[in-house]
Every structure is written in structure tokens, then in C-alpha cells.
Design a protein around this ligand. Structure first.
Ligand SMILES: [Zn+2]
Length: 497
């Protein structure tokens, strides 16, 4: 990616004997700008901390206008009333969570949420999740399917983009692709399809089979407004062979096998190849759910952008997989937070941490994404904490939580630049009160959050989360008010014509 190789554009200015009074002659006019002054700024491209940088942002475009290096921690220009002083804090680009589910919450089994919970409640809860994530420093979410809510994530994304609710910038998958019977809500009360007998449940995936079928499914996702294509490379799809235990006498399978329902492949190599080829035509990134190393190896060969999870190595192909991933530049989103939730204290979780460190040593790119929703939104940084606990240097973990997240969203193809610093990038700036190089819990102490130049948290407190009602402006231009309202033509209809 050419953009990531460009280095941080910093303009050095001379120190002054009277720095606080010196007008900086090279600074552009300060109309519609805010300058954020820092004394320690993390640069994901250099993996280093830069001293004394001021960031000028444009509040109309939401972009960074200028990055200026100061030779001292003092300020060179007069401190303007709306300037922000983050000197003494640890400043980073806004975090990117590369694997989230905005419509999932922790308190209830995920199959029950899909089957029983109202779309209204799930949506209202999602607004809380979005706010919690933003206040935790997450300015971008890569949201990998709605879990039986159709394309509602695209509508939810649009609500944030329209300024209706606060939340991270969202890149959504709408529905994940799965092969027949691969990812659905299981019930023993499901008789022949089409029959009026038995439960009718919402669909949990866009089902597609064969090279032609999966290409059509990708095309459907593109048309429905997805930003990223997700497919289930494997899944524990043989649930109904030994159905889950239920309460009461006779409710338990008496002699289940040791591996009751292991993850098994959903797609052939040819199908995976076709998914990636079709997504590339639409310039979209592809995320593959891969519980097993074998699946991740196939997905990497297909050229996916990222593989998600990888909790087991049943066939002993881990090293071959890492080799292929390093060669292809495949990003691994290990979702350690969810591994900890499911398997904490067990061998599986120990294996996950070992494998992540091994991947790092082998040069595999890592992005931080917690499968957030399985764990609470707002506690997203736990993913990065576990990466650090696994032995990965703090700076590399911060890259996984920022710059590589941008690559996972498609890099420049996603239409925005964020997760690293340059003029023209989105003005996503967060600050920690504690030093993450020394304090294992520092990432939890986000005291400042700016997204698209708008401040949402300051001095550790939410700002502007509920917009005040405003009276219409008296001098509003009313020249169009006489036009016939029936003339209205939806913009999209014009565009599609
Ligand atoms: Zn997930």
C-alpha cells in the first residue's frame, strides 16, 4: 500500500525565546480550524513516539490540515480559545476495532438474541454500544455481520454518518456468506422447509453454493450496501448430530463423542477463490471466519484481506499457514478477547496466545478486533491487552489497533484515511492519561476522543452526547420554500435513472 509507506509529514519550526507570543507565519488562516497540541504522539508508521507535535484540523471537512513539529513543548502560536492542549498525555490516532458485532451484547446467548429479541431492542441497544465504543476511543468499527438482522447494519452506519447518533465510523458486512446449512439458527422443532409445522426462524446468513452461487451472493452484498465481504470458511455446523442438552429427564445426550461439534469446512478452495475475485471487482476487502488453521490456510491462498479467530490446529498446518499468510500479506484478527471469554484458563486459550506471538515472530500482520459484542462494547481494548500479555511489543500492538485496522477496512479503497497521521487524513485523535509502555491498564484510560474533528470526550467526560434542541435560524434562507413539495424526487432515484 503506497499510502502507508509515506512518512509523517512534519514541518519543523525554530524554537523561540518568547515561544508563547510568537505568531507562526507559515500556519494557514485559522478559520474553521482547531489546533490540538501534543507533547507525545504515537506514529503507527514509524512505530515510535514523537515529541511536540501540533495537529491542525478543519472542523468543516473533519480532516487534518497540518501536522507541525515544535522544537519545544511550549506553544509557538498564541493559544486560541478553541485550541486543545493534550500536552502531558499519550496521544494516538483513534482506535480501530477490526471485528465487531454492533447488534450483539454479552448478557444473552447469541442464538437467543437472533431468535427471540426484537429488532427494535437490538437497535436501541446498538446505539448504546456505539456510544460506549466511541467513548472508549474507538473511532472506527469493522462490523462483521448483523447476526440475523439482515442489512440493518448498513442503515445503522448511515445513522452515524448522518449525525443522528454518535458512534464510530462503521464499515459493515451486512449478512455473512455461508454454504447451505452452514450458519443458521438451530432448533429440533424445524420440520420440512415450507411446512406449516415447526418453528420459523430468521435467517442468519446469505446462503450460497458453488462458484456461480457465491459470486451472486457477493453481488447481492455489494448491492445491499456492504463495505466488506464476510464469509464463513468453516463452522461448528453439525450441531444437530448431537443436539444441545436441555433441562429435565431425557434432555441430555448420554454418550456424546469427545469432539461433539468441531469446526468443519463450508466452502471449497474454488468457492473461496471466487468470493475473493468477485469482491475485488467491487474493490472490497474480504474477511474469512476461520476456526481452524486449515481453513485459514485456504482463505489466505484465496487472497482474503483477513482471517478471523483461528482457535485450533487440528491438522497441524500452523507453520504452513503462517508462511502463506506472511507471503500474501494476510491480516490475522485473532479475537483473543472472545477466546478468553470462551476458553480462558483452558489449553485452547493458551494455544491462541502462543500462536499469536508465533505469528508476530513470523512476520504475519495482526489487527486488533475482539469479536466485540461477544464481549462488551466499550471494553474493546482488552483485545490489545491480551496481545501485549502474549508477548507482542506495545508499539506493534498499537499498530494492530490503528494502522492495520485501516488496512483491514480496505485501506484507500475504503474511501478514507485513518489510523495513522498525514495531512488530509480523518481527524481522529485520542489521548490516554497513562503511559501504555509502563501501565498494563493504560489503554482503559482514554480521556479525550475526537472523531472527524468533533470532540466527544474531554477531560475524561463525555461531551455533546445529546444534542441540544435548536430553534430554527431566523436568517435561514427561505427562497426555496415556495417550491411545490410534490416536485420532490428522491436523490437516489435521480442517481439510479
Ligand atoms: Zn464475529
Amino acid at each position: 500500500m503506497t499510502s502507508s509507506s509515506s512518512s509523517l509529514c512534519l514541518v519543523a519550526t525554530p524554537a523561540s525565546t518568547t515561544p508563547s507570543l510568537l505568531e507562526e507565519p507559515t500556519m494557514p488562516p485559522r478559520l474553521n480550524t482547531i489546533t490540538v497540541h501534543t507533547s507525545l504522539l504515537f506514529d503507527p508508521q514509524r512505530k515510535s513516539w514523537l515529541p511536540n507535535v501540533s495537529i491542525q484540523v478543519n472542523t468543516q471537512t473533519g480532516a487534518i490540515v497540518r501536522l507541525q513539529h515544535r522544537n519545544t513543548s511550549d506553544l509557538l502560536s498564541p493559544f486560541e480559545p478553541n485550541d486543545i492542549d493534550l500536552r502531558g498525555k499519550f496521544v494516538l490516532p483513534g482506535f480501530v476495532d477490526s471485528h465487531t458485532h454492533i447488534f450483539l451484547r454479552i448478557e444473552r446467548p447469541h442464538s437467543q438474541q437472533m431468535r427471540d429479541q426484537s429488532p427494535v431492542e437490538r437497535t436501541v441497544r446498538a446505539t448504546n454500544h456505539a456510544r460506549a465504543a466511541l467513548l472508549a476511543g474507538y473511532t472506527t468499527y469493522r462490523d462483521l455481520d448483523t447476526e440475523a438482522l439482515g442489512n440493518a447494519d448498513a442503515n445503522f452506519r448511515d445513522c452515524i454518518n448522518r449525525g443522528i447518533i454518535p458512534g464510530p465510523r462503521m464499515f459493515v458486512a451486512t449478512e455473512a456468506l455461508a454454504s447451505s446449512g452452514g450458519y443458521e439458527i438451530r432448533t429440533e422443532n424445524k420440520l420440512a422447509s415450507g411446512s406449516s409445522l415447526g418453528l420459523s426462524v430468521p435467517r442468519a446468513a446469505d446462503t450460497a453454493d458453488g462458484v456461480v452461487g457465491v459470486r451472486a451472493a457477493v453481488r447481492r452484498r455489494v448491492g445491499e450496501g456492504a463495505d466488506v465481504i464476510k464469509f464463513y470458511g468453516d463452522y461448528r455446523r453439525r450441531t444437530m448430530r448431537f443436539p444441545p442438552d436441555v433441562p429435565g429427564p431425557g434432555g441430555r445426550i448420554l454418550f456424546p463423542p469427545e469432539r461433539r461439534n468441531p469446526a468443519v469446512l463450508l466452502f471449497t478452495q474454488e468457492e473461496m477463490d471466487a468470493i475473493v475475485a468477485e469482491a475485488r471487482m467491487a474493490r472490497m476487502p474480504v474477511a474469512a471466519h476461520t476456526g481452524e488453521t486449515r481453513t485459514a490456510l485456504m482463505a489466505a491462498r484465496a487472497g482474503v484481506t483477513s482471517v478471523e479467530h483461528i482457535f485450533e490446529d487440528s491438522e497441524g498446518v500452523m507453520e504452513e499457514m503462517f508462511e502463506e499468510m506472511a507471503r500474501q500479506g494476510t491480516i490475522w484478527v485473532p479475537t483473543l478477547m472472545t477466546a478468553e471469554a470462551y476458553y480462558g484458563g483452558q489449553d485452547i486459550f493458551r494455544w491462541c496466545k502462543m500462536a499469536v506471538k508465533r505469528a508476530y515472530d513470523r512476520g504475519v500482520r495482526l489487527a486488533a478486533g475482539g469479536d466485540t459484542g461477544v464481549m462488551n462494547h466499550g471494553l474493546n481494548v482488552r483485545e490489545m491487552e491480551i496481545m501485549i500479555e502474549a508477548g507482542i511489543p506495545v508499539e506493534d500492538v498499537l499498530v494492530a489497533g490503528t494502522l492495520t485496522g485501516w488496512h483491514a477496512c480496505g485501506g484507500d479503497a475504503c474511501g478514507f484515511r485513518f489510523g495513522w497521521w498525514d495531512e488530509g487524513n480523518r481527524a481522529d485523535i485520542i489521548a490516554l492519561d497513562a503511559d501504555p509502555r509502563k501501565d498494563a491498564r493504560a489503554l482503559r484510560h482514554v480521556s479525550f476522543v475526537m472523531k472527524d474533528s468533533r470532540v466527544w470526550k474531554r477531560n475524561g467526560r463525555p461531551v455533546d452526547m445529546i444534542a441540544a434542541t435548536q430553534w430554527p435560524e431566523e436568517d435561514r434562507n427561505t427562497s426555496d420554500d415556495s417550491s411545490d413539495p410534490t416536485d420532490f424526487v428522491p436523490e437516489s432515484a435521480v442517481e439510479e435513472a
